[in-house]
Each structure stands twice: as structure tokens, then as C-alpha cells.
Ligand binder design. Structure first.
Ligand code: ATP
Ligand code: MG
Length: 260
């Protein structure tokens, strides 16, 4: 790695009782990179993400953020530097869209007028409608709109790093596609470093610069899609076969050039 990684995991281990959820894992994420983490349910993806902002603490090894050992960073300060988008959106159901988005600046003691201006800016950034959505409760939003609020909230404190735990999982394919593209553009425009967990290899290939494959708490492979397809591991190759098979079936079923 030529320069210091934005997030660096070195021999990180986290056990829950006898289970090693993350097992001596090393991984560097470069500044500006968009990394996707894929792997079966229970392979340790969420645990890995939560270790970075100290939602859980590692048992062994070390984790750095912008070169600093996370153990030396106050957890609250750390979470201000790292936006986190939860799988289900994780919005507070009793708070309006605006209050959900503004919760971090509010906890940081920002003045009300400043929070309001920042909330408006973020609503625009994630392409929600200020007039229609600002004062609604999360229950009155579609799943895709809720995820946009989740992204806005994660960006509120202007973090340089965003961690996303299956952010687009429960959405229909078109919404998912649109949100993925929109986020990729935000990632670029804001110069973010993004780590996104996904179950969907096609999504990982389309959005990420690099893909990390986890199995049983270990890093099985990492690289660009092209690099991964050179892997000799059967599971990695199987993961890559699925998108390929989908493309072949679609090509067979859809008339070529059928954009109409
Ligand atoms: N707080 C906890 N206490 C005990 N076991 C846990 C805890 N959190 C996670 N685990 C276990 O650690 C393993 C890894 O969990 P993790 O949530 O990281 O998996 P994952 O890859 O995110 O799975 P999924 O794709 O289903 O979200 C699982 O076996 C899980 O049951
Ligand atoms: Mg998970």
C-alpha cells in the first residue's frame, strides 16, 4: 500500500464465546476507495464493520482510522468521523425526517438555525423533496425514501468515511439500482471512502472499485472483479458465476437492444 490506508485492519479478531466471528483478518481500505464486502450470512461482515467505529471492541489485532489506532479515539468522536447506514434504515420512528437527519448535529450542540440549514442541504443531496418529506415520520415514507434519509443522516456530520450495512437490501431492483447509482455519485462528489456490505454480487461488481469476500470470519479474497475471476477458490468463482449466469439468461430472454 503506497500511502496510509483510510481504514486498516491488522490481524483483527473478535470472538463471541467460542465463535470467532472475525478471525485474524487483515484488510486495508484506501482513501477514496469504494469497497464492497460480500459473504454468506454469518460470515462476520457486520461484525467487521462495527469494529471500525467501536460499536464493538476487538479482542486482538489493531484497527486504524486515518492512521490512528481506534482505541485512542473517543468512540463518540470516532462515530462523528464515520457515517453509518444501517440495514433497516435504523431511523427513529417517532422523529420526523428532519429530526432524524439533524440528530447528530443536535447532539453535537449545533445552533438550531445551522441544523435546519444543514438538514435542507442534506435533503437535497439525497434527492428527497423538502416540502413533501421534511416533516413526515419515517412510517409515511417508502422503503427507498427511508434509505435516502438514512444516507442523509450518516452524512450529517460531514464524515470522510461511510460504512453501509446492506443499505439497499430490502428494495425493489429499480429503486435499488437508482439509489446505488446516486450513492456512487455522492461518494465521488464528496470524496468519501465507502465500505458497503451487500449480498448481491452484481451490485458489488457494478458499484465497487474492489470487492472483499469473507467466509467464516476470514478474508477469503479481495480485488477488482477481474482480479477475483482469476481466483482459484471455488466459492469465489461460484459467487462470480451468478451475475454471469444472470447476464446470459437475460441476453437470451430479452431482444437485443430492447430499450423500448
Ligand atoms: N452480539 C453477538 N453475540 C453473539 N454472537 C454474535 C453477536 N454478533 C454476531 N454474532 C455471531 O457472529 C457471527 C457473525 O455475525 P455477523 O452479524 O457479523 O454476520 P454477517 O456476515 O453480517 O451476516 P448477515 O449476512 O446475516 O448479516 C454470526 O455467527 C453471529 O451469530
Ligand atoms: Mg450482517
Amino acid at each position: 500500500m503506497p500511502s496510509r490506508p483510510m481504514i486498516g485492519y491488522t490481524h483483527v479478531t473478535k470472538s463471541f464465546g467460542p465463535l470467532r466471528a472475525v478471525d485474524a483478518l487483515s484488510l486495508d481500505i484506501a482513501e477514496g476507495e469504494f469497497l464492497a464486502i460480500v459473504g454468506r450470512s454469518g460470515s462476520g461482515k457486520t461484525t467487521l464493520l462495527r469494529l471500525a467505529n467501536r460499536l464493538i471492541e476487538a479482542d486482538g489485532g489493531s484497527i486504524t482510522v486515518e492512521g490512528e489506532d481506534v482505541r485512542n479515539i473517543d468512540p463518540v468522536a470516532l462515530r462523528r468521523r464515520i457515517g453509518y447506514v444501517f440495514q433497516s434504515g435504523g431511523l427513529f420512528p417517532h422523529l420526523s425526517v428532519a429530526d432524524n437527519i439533524g440528530i447528530t448535529p443536535k447532539l453535537l450542540g449545533a445552533p438550531a438555525a445551522e441544523i435546519a440549514a444543514r438538514v435542507d442541504e442534506l435533503i437535497e443531496l439525497v434527492q428527497l423533496e423538502r416540502a413533501a418529506h421534511r416533516d413526515r415520520l419515517p412510517e409515511a415514507l417508502s422503503g427507498g425514501q427511508r434509505q435516502r434519509v438514512g444516507v442523509a443522516r450518516a452524512l450529517a456530520a460531514r464524515p470522510r468515511i461511510v460504512l453501509m450495512d446492506e443499505p439497499f437490501g430490502a428494495l425493489d431492483p429499480l429503486t435499488r439500482d437508482a439509489l446505488g447509482e446516486d450513492f456512487r455519485e455522492l461518494h465521488r462528489r464528496l470524496g468519501l471512502t465507502t465500505v458497503m456490505i451487500t449480498h448481491d454480487m452484481t451490485e458489488a461488481i457494478l458499484l465497487a472499485d474492489r470487492i472483499a469476500v469473507m467466509r467464516s470470519g476470514k478474508l477469503l479474497a479481495q480485488g477488482t472483479p477481474a482480479e477475483l475471476s482469476d481466483s482459484s477458490d471455488a466459492y469465489v468463482l461460484e459467487l462470480l458465476r451468478t451475475p454471469r449466469r444472470q447476464v446470459e439468461r437475460l441476453n437470451a430472454l430479452l431482444p437485443q437492444g430492447g430499450a423500448a
